[in-house]
Every structure is written in C-alpha cells, then in structure tokens.
Design a protein around this ligand. Sequence first.
Ligand code: URA
Length: 209
Amino acid sequence: MNGVTVISHPLVQHKLTIMRKKETSTASFRRLLREISTLLCYEVTRDLELTTERIETPLMEMDAPLLEGKKLVFASILRAGNGLLEGMLELVPAARVSHIGVYRDHETLQPVEYYFKAPGDLDARLVIVVDPMLATGNSSIAAVDKLKERGATNIRFLCLLAAPEGIKNFTEAHPDVPVFTAAIDDHLNELGYIVPGLGDAGDRMYGTK
Ligand code: URA
C-alpha cells in the first residue's frame, strides 16, 4: 500500500501475537508494548538525517555521526498512545513530547478533542504521532489536523495495528503522512474494533473495562 510500511521484523511479529492473546495479563501486555515500541521506533527513525561533529576519542579526533536538526517530537494520542511513548523515549531520550487528547465517541465513532499540548516550533521538527490502533482513522486524522494547524509539516504516523478502513481514511486525509504499522488486520467490526485485533488497547494496558 502506498505510503504504508508494515514492520515485519520477527521480534515485532512474535510480541504482537502474544499481545493479541486474550489470556495475556495486563502486566505482560504493558511490558510487551514497551518492548515492541522500541523496535517500532527503530524502524520509524531508520532514515533520519545525520550530520557529523568533530569529537575526540581517547585515541584521536574524528568526524562522528549525530542526528541532524532539532529534536524529534513524539505526539501521543491519549490515552493508549502513552503505551508506545515509554519505549520510544528510552531510545530517543531527548525527544520532545506532545499530548493530544482525543477520545472516540462510542456511538458516533467520531473524535472529540479535549486536550492539546505541543512544543511551539513544530514547523522545525519531525513529529511522530503514536497511537497503537489505527481503527476508523478519525482520531488520528483529527490529531494530525491539529498538529498541521500548529505548523507541523513533517509528520509520520506510527501504530501497532491498522484496519484497512483506517488506512484508507487516513491516507486520503493526509497523503503526505507516511504510516508505519506492525500489521494490517482484516476489517473493522460494527463497533469500530479492529478484527481480529487485540481488543481495546487502552483497557488492556491499564486493566480497565
Ligand atoms: N481502539 C482499540 O483500542 N481497539 C480497536 O480494536 C479499535 C480501536
């Protein structure tokens, strides 16, 4: 699919399967999500531009590679996005963090925004939007709309699972935003759940329901 990368690394696929199992406990689900998020982060940042800096090792001077440009922004769509943040911040501890509160009205399945916080200079940064589930795409579209309103121009979207319907809606609304996911599932059911999916990601990671 155009603009969509499926991260098929065996470790990602293995961990995802355990997360999907209904008997996986909240503690295991959360740990796996943190582990998998570092692997997803590795892939979504694989083509970041490097610059060099003259440094001195204990042996000699050298031009050594470093990430170029301003620090990344990880934009978490609350609340389930936070499950991906922790592992990503372990890998990129200097990243800035944006929180976007959008919940899905369970009847209309439409996004309702209740919180937005982001660094002021979004136009100068790569923004990686994270949400484990790209279901209808409505929340993700709304979150990216908001980031663009605030000046972001260089945006990527990272999730764990996507539905074909969500990918279609999202890529139509934001064709300039590449999508990275560990898997594309079969379909969305009438309640807006990804099938076969893993259930409600927020509930599974926080033990709510
Ligand atoms: N959000 C979830 O947490 N799970 C789904 O299956 C769809 C949306």
